[in-house]
Design a protein around this ligand. Structure first.
Ligand code: PAP
Length: 324
Protein backbone atom coordinates (compact mmCIF):
# COMPACT_ATOMS: atom_id res chain seq x y z
CA UNK A 1 0.00 0.00 0.00
CA UNK A 2 1.26 3.47 -0.86
CA UNK A 3 2.35 5.32 2.28
CA UNK A 4 -0.02 8.23 1.62
CA UNK A 5 -2.97 5.85 1.46
CA UNK A 6 -2.35 4.41 4.92
CA UNK A 7 -4.90 5.18 7.64
CA UNK A 8 -3.74 8.28 9.54
CA UNK A 9 -2.94 6.33 12.70
CA UNK A 10 -0.48 4.12 10.78
CA UNK A 11 1.39 6.95 9.10
CA UNK A 12 4.70 7.69 10.75
CA UNK A 13 5.68 10.72 8.66
CA UNK A 14 3.75 13.00 11.03
CA UNK A 15 5.55 11.76 14.14
CA UNK A 16 7.69 14.57 15.57
CA UNK A 17 11.28 14.24 16.77
CA UNK A 18 10.07 14.91 20.31
CA UNK A 19 7.61 11.99 20.09
CA UNK A 20 10.30 9.76 18.58
CA UNK A 21 12.51 10.57 21.56
CA UNK A 22 9.71 9.62 23.94
CA UNK A 23 9.07 6.39 22.02
CA UNK A 24 12.72 5.42 22.37
CA UNK A 25 12.17 5.19 26.13
CA UNK A 26 9.04 2.99 25.80
CA UNK A 27 8.55 -0.73 25.12
CA UNK A 28 7.98 -1.26 21.39
CA UNK A 29 6.62 -4.13 19.30
CA UNK A 30 4.80 -4.71 16.01
CA UNK A 31 1.57 -6.19 14.79
CA UNK A 32 0.85 -7.13 11.19
CA UNK A 33 -0.05 -3.52 10.37
CA UNK A 34 2.62 -1.39 11.98
CA UNK A 35 4.90 -0.36 14.83
CA UNK A 36 3.46 -0.08 18.30
CA UNK A 37 4.69 1.48 21.54
CA UNK A 38 3.36 0.82 25.01
CA UNK A 39 2.32 3.85 27.01
CA UNK A 40 0.58 3.59 30.40
CA UNK A 41 -0.04 -0.12 29.79
CA UNK A 42 -1.62 0.32 26.34
CA UNK A 43 -0.25 -0.23 22.81
CA UNK A 44 -0.50 2.56 20.24
CA UNK A 45 0.67 3.10 16.69
CA UNK A 46 3.16 5.95 16.88
CA UNK A 47 0.96 8.63 15.35
CA UNK A 48 -1.86 7.85 17.77
CA UNK A 49 0.57 7.84 20.69
CA UNK A 50 1.54 11.39 19.70
CA UNK A 51 -2.13 12.35 19.73
CA UNK A 52 -2.63 10.73 23.16
CA UNK A 53 0.19 12.80 24.63
CA UNK A 54 -1.21 15.92 23.02
CA UNK A 55 -4.67 15.16 24.42
CA UNK A 56 -3.31 14.65 27.93
CA UNK A 57 -1.42 17.94 27.78
CA UNK A 58 -3.81 20.24 25.95
CA UNK A 59 -7.39 19.06 26.34
CA UNK A 60 -9.54 21.47 28.30
CA UNK A 61 -12.44 19.51 29.75
CA UNK A 62 -15.77 20.96 30.71
CA UNK A 63 -17.81 19.35 33.45
CA UNK A 64 -20.72 18.73 31.06
CA UNK A 65 -18.60 16.88 28.48
CA UNK A 66 -19.69 13.35 27.60
CA UNK A 67 -17.04 10.85 26.54
CA UNK A 68 -18.01 7.76 24.54
CA UNK A 69 -15.32 5.14 25.07
CA UNK A 70 -14.85 1.71 23.53
CA UNK A 71 -12.24 -0.66 22.28
CA UNK A 72 -12.07 -0.58 18.46
CA UNK A 73 -14.87 -2.33 16.54
CA UNK A 74 -17.05 -2.67 19.60
CA UNK A 75 -20.02 -0.57 18.53
CA UNK A 76 -18.57 2.95 18.65
CA UNK A 77 -20.51 4.15 15.59
CA UNK A 78 -23.76 2.86 17.05
CA UNK A 79 -23.12 4.41 20.48
CA UNK A 80 -22.26 7.73 18.86
CA UNK A 81 -25.47 7.73 16.82
CA UNK A 82 -27.62 6.76 19.81
CA UNK A 83 -26.13 9.43 22.03
CA UNK A 84 -26.50 12.15 19.41
CA UNK A 85 -30.13 11.09 18.88
CA UNK A 86 -30.77 11.15 22.64
CA UNK A 87 -29.36 14.63 23.06
CA UNK A 88 -31.09 15.97 19.94
CA UNK A 89 -34.51 14.52 20.60
CA UNK A 90 -36.09 17.60 22.16
CA UNK A 91 -35.34 19.54 18.96
CA UNK A 92 -36.88 16.98 16.63
CA UNK A 93 -40.47 16.24 17.53
CA UNK A 94 -41.74 15.28 14.11
CA UNK A 95 -41.26 11.82 12.68
CA UNK A 96 -39.30 12.99 9.64
CA UNK A 97 -36.85 15.53 10.97
CA UNK A 98 -35.13 16.64 7.76
CA UNK A 99 -32.57 18.68 9.67
CA UNK A 100 -31.56 15.94 12.12
CA UNK A 101 -27.73 15.90 12.22
CA UNK A 102 -27.65 12.10 11.83
CA UNK A 103 -29.38 12.36 8.46
CA UNK A 104 -26.61 14.42 6.93
CA UNK A 105 -23.49 13.39 8.88
CA UNK A 106 -21.64 10.21 9.62
CA UNK A 107 -21.70 9.67 13.42
CA UNK A 108 -17.90 9.95 13.52
CA UNK A 109 -18.11 13.48 12.14
CA UNK A 110 -20.42 14.48 15.00
CA UNK A 111 -18.36 12.95 17.79
CA UNK A 112 -14.62 13.56 17.37
CA UNK A 113 -11.99 11.19 18.69
CA UNK A 114 -10.04 12.82 21.51
CA UNK A 115 -6.75 11.25 20.49
CA UNK A 116 -6.95 12.19 16.86
CA UNK A 117 -4.20 14.18 15.24
CA UNK A 118 -6.66 15.67 12.78
CA UNK A 119 -9.03 17.95 14.73
CA UNK A 120 -7.78 20.87 16.75
CA UNK A 121 -9.51 20.18 20.05
CA UNK A 122 -9.24 23.77 21.14
CA UNK A 123 -11.59 24.70 18.28
CA UNK A 124 -14.71 23.04 19.68
CA UNK A 125 -17.25 25.56 20.74
CA UNK A 126 -17.40 25.90 24.50
CA UNK A 127 -20.77 27.63 24.15
CA UNK A 128 -22.71 24.47 23.39
CA UNK A 129 -23.77 23.10 26.75
CA UNK A 130 -22.87 19.48 26.08
CA UNK A 131 -19.87 18.43 24.04
CA UNK A 132 -19.49 14.86 22.84
CA UNK A 133 -16.16 13.14 22.33
CA UNK A 134 -15.01 9.60 21.80
CA UNK A 135 -11.92 7.64 22.73
CA UNK A 136 -10.37 4.17 22.62
CA UNK A 137 -7.83 4.93 25.38
CA UNK A 138 -8.07 3.03 28.68
CA UNK A 139 -9.73 4.86 31.55
CA UNK A 140 -6.54 5.77 33.46
CA UNK A 141 -5.02 7.47 30.39
CA UNK A 142 -8.30 9.23 29.61
CA UNK A 143 -8.61 10.47 33.20
CA UNK A 144 -5.21 12.12 33.07
CA UNK A 145 -6.47 14.32 30.23
CA UNK A 146 -9.77 15.00 32.01
CA UNK A 147 -7.78 16.55 34.86
CA UNK A 148 -10.31 15.79 37.59
CA UNK A 149 -13.34 17.03 35.65
CA UNK A 150 -16.48 15.04 36.51
CA UNK A 151 -17.41 14.22 32.89
CA UNK A 152 -19.78 11.37 32.17
CA UNK A 153 -18.06 8.44 30.51
CA UNK A 154 -19.89 5.65 28.66
CA UNK A 155 -17.96 2.53 27.70
CA UNK A 156 -19.13 0.03 25.09
CA UNK A 157 -17.61 -3.43 25.31
CA UNK A 158 -17.89 -6.22 22.73
CA UNK A 159 -16.89 -9.85 22.58
CA UNK A 160 -13.21 -9.87 21.59
CA UNK A 161 -13.72 -12.51 18.89
CA UNK A 162 -16.40 -10.52 17.08
CA UNK A 163 -14.36 -7.32 17.42
CA UNK A 164 -11.39 -9.13 15.87
CA UNK A 165 -13.42 -10.34 12.89
CA UNK A 166 -14.93 -6.91 12.46
CA UNK A 167 -11.47 -5.36 12.43
CA UNK A 168 -10.23 -7.89 9.91
CA UNK A 169 -13.07 -7.09 7.51
CA UNK A 170 -12.53 -3.37 8.02
CA UNK A 171 -8.84 -3.74 7.26
CA UNK A 172 -9.44 -5.84 4.16
CA UNK A 173 -11.86 -3.25 2.79
CA UNK A 174 -9.42 -0.49 3.56
CA UNK A 175 -6.46 -2.24 2.00
CA UNK A 176 -8.58 -3.68 -0.82
CA UNK A 177 -7.40 -7.21 -0.08
CA UNK A 178 -9.29 -10.47 0.21
CA UNK A 179 -10.43 -11.82 3.57
CA UNK A 180 -8.47 -14.99 4.23
CA UNK A 181 -6.58 -16.86 6.91
CA UNK A 182 -3.25 -15.23 6.04
CA UNK A 183 -4.74 -11.90 7.15
CA UNK A 184 -6.61 -13.33 10.11
CA UNK A 185 -3.90 -15.52 11.67
CA UNK A 186 -1.34 -12.80 12.47
CA UNK A 187 -4.13 -10.56 13.80
CA UNK A 188 -5.34 -13.41 15.98
CA UNK A 189 -1.83 -14.07 17.32
CA UNK A 190 -1.40 -10.38 18.17
CA UNK A 191 -4.73 -10.42 20.01
CA UNK A 192 -3.64 -13.44 22.05
CA UNK A 193 -0.27 -11.84 22.87
CA UNK A 194 -2.08 -8.70 23.98
CA UNK A 195 -0.09 -6.67 21.47
CA UNK A 196 -2.87 -4.94 19.54
CA UNK A 197 -3.73 -1.33 18.83
CA UNK A 198 -5.31 -0.05 22.10
CA UNK A 199 -4.72 -3.42 23.74
CA UNK A 200 -4.31 -5.66 25.58
CA UNK A 201 -8.07 -5.65 25.12
CA UNK A 202 -8.65 -7.21 28.57
CA UNK A 203 -6.72 -4.44 30.37
CA UNK A 204 -8.53 -1.73 28.43
CA UNK A 205 -11.95 -3.23 29.16
CA UNK A 206 -11.09 -3.94 32.80
CA UNK A 207 -10.08 -0.32 33.38
CA UNK A 208 -13.65 0.77 32.55
CA UNK A 209 -15.27 -2.17 34.31
CA UNK A 210 -13.48 -1.30 37.55
CA UNK A 211 -14.13 2.41 36.98
CA UNK A 212 -17.85 1.72 36.61
CA UNK A 213 -17.91 -0.23 39.88
CA UNK A 214 -15.99 2.46 41.75
CA UNK A 215 -17.90 5.43 40.37
CA UNK A 216 -21.18 4.36 38.77
CA UNK A 217 -22.43 7.95 38.55
CA UNK A 218 -19.63 8.86 36.15
CA UNK A 219 -18.77 5.63 34.33
CA UNK A 220 -21.41 3.51 32.61
CA UNK A 221 -20.40 0.07 31.32
CA UNK A 222 -22.43 -1.22 28.38
CA UNK A 223 -22.16 -4.31 26.20
CA UNK A 224 -22.80 -4.51 22.45
CA UNK A 225 -24.47 -7.89 22.94
CA UNK A 226 -26.88 -6.46 25.53
CA UNK A 227 -27.70 -3.54 23.21
CA UNK A 228 -28.63 -6.11 20.55
CA UNK A 229 -30.55 -8.28 23.00
CA UNK A 230 -32.62 -5.63 24.77
CA UNK A 231 -32.19 -2.32 22.95
CA UNK A 232 -35.06 -0.45 24.67
CA UNK A 233 -33.85 -1.31 28.16
CA UNK A 234 -30.27 -0.36 27.32
CA UNK A 235 -31.17 2.89 25.58
CA UNK A 236 -33.24 3.95 28.59
CA UNK A 237 -30.32 3.04 30.85
CA UNK A 238 -28.03 5.22 28.75
CA UNK A 239 -30.49 8.13 28.76
CA UNK A 240 -30.87 7.95 32.53
CA UNK A 241 -27.14 7.80 33.13
CA UNK A 242 -26.56 10.85 30.94
CA UNK A 243 -29.16 12.78 32.90
CA UNK A 244 -31.71 12.93 30.07
CA UNK A 245 -34.20 10.19 31.00
CA UNK A 246 -37.23 9.54 28.82
CA UNK A 247 -40.44 11.00 30.16
CA UNK A 248 -43.59 8.91 30.32
CA UNK A 249 -45.05 10.96 27.48
CA UNK A 250 -42.00 10.28 25.35
CA UNK A 251 -42.28 6.57 26.02
CA UNK A 252 -45.98 6.68 25.11
CA UNK A 253 -45.14 8.49 21.87
CA UNK A 254 -42.68 5.73 20.99
CA UNK A 255 -39.62 8.00 21.09
CA UNK A 256 -37.39 5.16 22.36
CA UNK A 257 -38.30 2.94 19.40
CA UNK A 258 -37.95 5.83 16.96
CA UNK A 259 -34.41 6.55 18.12
CA UNK A 260 -33.53 2.87 17.84
CA UNK A 261 -34.94 2.79 14.33
CA UNK A 262 -33.10 5.94 13.26
CA UNK A 263 -29.83 4.50 14.63
CA UNK A 264 -30.28 0.97 13.33
CA UNK A 265 -27.52 -0.36 11.12
CA UNK A 266 -29.97 -0.67 8.24
CA UNK A 267 -31.26 2.87 8.34
CA UNK A 268 -27.89 4.51 9.03
CA UNK A 269 -26.14 2.60 6.27
CA UNK A 270 -28.91 3.55 3.81
CA UNK A 271 -28.22 7.25 4.25
CA UNK A 272 -26.23 9.05 1.57
CA UNK A 273 -24.05 10.61 4.29
CA UNK A 274 -22.90 7.12 5.28
CA UNK A 275 -22.71 5.62 1.80
CA UNK A 276 -20.24 8.22 0.59
CA UNK A 277 -17.49 10.41 2.01
CA UNK A 278 -14.63 9.78 4.38
CA UNK A 279 -13.74 10.57 7.99
CA UNK A 280 -11.05 13.10 8.89
CA UNK A 281 -8.74 10.10 9.17
CA UNK A 282 -9.42 9.15 5.57
CA UNK A 283 -11.66 6.13 6.17
CA UNK A 284 -14.73 5.58 3.93
CA UNK A 285 -17.89 6.10 5.98
CA UNK A 286 -19.40 2.95 4.54
CA UNK A 287 -16.67 0.79 6.08
CA UNK A 288 -18.16 1.34 9.55
CA UNK A 289 -21.29 -0.61 8.65
CA UNK A 290 -21.19 -4.32 7.96
CA UNK A 291 -23.26 -7.12 9.54
CA UNK A 292 -23.63 -5.95 13.11
CA UNK A 293 -24.26 -9.48 14.38
CA UNK A 294 -23.33 -11.33 17.53
CA UNK A 295 -21.25 -14.46 16.91
CA UNK A 296 -19.98 -13.80 13.38
CA UNK A 297 -16.61 -15.08 14.63
CA UNK A 298 -18.03 -18.59 14.23
CA UNK A 299 -17.71 -18.15 10.48
CA UNK A 300 -13.99 -17.44 10.71
CA UNK A 301 -12.26 -18.90 13.79
CA UNK A 302 -11.31 -22.55 14.13
CA UNK A 303 -12.31 -24.42 17.33
CA UNK A 304 -8.62 -24.26 18.39
CA UNK A 305 -8.55 -20.49 17.97
CA UNK A 306 -11.81 -20.17 19.89
CA UNK A 307 -10.54 -22.23 22.76
CA UNK A 308 -7.17 -20.41 22.87
CA UNK A 309 -8.60 -16.91 23.06
CA UNK A 310 -11.40 -17.93 25.44
CA UNK A 311 -8.86 -19.47 27.84
CA UNK A 312 -6.67 -16.36 27.77
CA UNK A 313 -9.54 -13.95 28.35
CA UNK A 314 -11.06 -16.08 31.08
CA UNK A 315 -7.75 -16.13 32.87
CA UNK A 316 -7.23 -12.37 32.50
CA UNK A 317 -10.73 -11.57 33.80
CA UNK A 318 -10.72 -14.07 36.64
CA UNK A 319 -11.96 -12.55 39.88
CA UNK A 320 -13.14 -9.34 38.23
CA UNK A 321 -16.82 -10.29 38.01
CA UNK A 322 -16.76 -9.48 34.30
CA UNK A 323 -17.06 -11.70 31.26
CA UNK A 324 -17.16 -10.58 27.66
P1 PAP B 1 -14.74 1.81 15.08
O1 PAP B 1 -14.03 1.25 16.26
O2 PAP B 1 -13.88 1.85 13.84
O3 PAP B 1 -15.41 3.13 15.36
P2 PAP B 1 -17.19 0.42 15.54
O4 PAP B 1 -18.32 1.28 15.15
O5 PAP B 1 -16.85 0.35 16.98
O6 PAP B 1 -15.90 0.78 14.69
O7 PAP B 1 -17.48 -1.09 15.10
C1 PAP B 1 -17.96 -1.43 13.86
C2 PAP B 1 -18.93 -2.57 14.08
O8 PAP B 1 -20.18 -2.05 14.55
C3 PAP B 1 -19.24 -3.30 12.79
O9 PAP B 1 -19.47 -4.67 13.20
P3 PAP B 1 -19.34 -5.93 12.22
O10 PAP B 1 -18.08 -5.76 11.43
O11 PAP B 1 -19.31 -7.12 13.12
O12 PAP B 1 -20.55 -5.90 11.38
C4 PAP B 1 -20.52 -2.64 12.33
O13 PAP B 1 -21.29 -3.39 11.43
C5 PAP B 1 -21.22 -2.43 13.66
N1 PAP B 1 -22.21 -1.34 13.59
C6 PAP B 1 -22.11 -0.14 13.00
N2 PAP B 1 -23.22 0.57 13.15
C7 PAP B 1 -24.08 -0.19 13.84
C8 PAP B 1 -25.43 -0.01 14.28
N3 PAP B 1 -26.09 1.10 14.02
N4 PAP B 1 -26.00 -1.02 14.97
C9 PAP B 1 -25.34 -2.17 15.24
N5 PAP B 1 -24.08 -2.41 14.84
C10 PAP B 1 -23.44 -1.43 14.15
Amino acid sequence: MDHNELPVNLREDKVSDETKKLISSLPTDKDSQGNLCKYQGCWYYYNTFQAVISFQKHFQPQDTDIILASTPKSGTTWLKALTVALLERSKHHDDHPMNHPLLSNNPHALVPLLESSAPDLTKFSPSSSTRLFSTHMPLYTLKEGLKGSPCKIVFMCRNAKDALISRMHFRCKYEKIEVNSSVLEPMFESLCRGVTFYGPIWDNVLSYWRGSLEDPNHVLFMKYEEMKEEPCVQLKRLAEFLGFPFTEQEEDRGVVEKILELCSLRSLSDLEANKSGKTVNGVDHKFFFRKGEVGDWKNHLTPEMESKIDTIIEEKLRGSGLSF
